[in-house]
Unconditional design. Sequence first.
Length: 160
Amino acid sequence: MALADIPAPCLQLSETVFCMGCHPRVGTREVTKICPKLCSAWYNACAQEFFSTQGINVPPSPCLDDSVVCAQLSSFVKDGEEMCNLYGYEVDHSTMDDTGAECYDGTIDPLEFGLEEPRVERGMDIVIQMIQKILRAQPIMIVIISFVVGTLALLRMSFK
């Protein structure tokens, strides 16, 4: 059994909606609802595609190539909000604007979530970085640093 031929926009928006649980703000419960604009876009991308349903309040599923009863999604789902609700998503009516700041809109801010974790510098890393900077600045410091490091190493060994 294979899925019927579903266009890319419908599949892509379905993935976006179904990936809501993976969003960093959803996982931490900072965002709990889906944006109405995303629901509408999803519905509009899939409205003319053929789906089957098992009954009232059951999410529709794309028709398989051997499905017996199928109908266009628009014949049994009236709009994006109903579609999102059928799949268990709560639509956020408090942020009907375009920003979608307080609801899941399918995007992730790369400036907020795409940053590399700051590296915690350890003591020896800091010393090595300082030595490298000094060596680049003044080669004569090699002698002084060698003397200091050698003295510290001898002192450390003598206390063991």
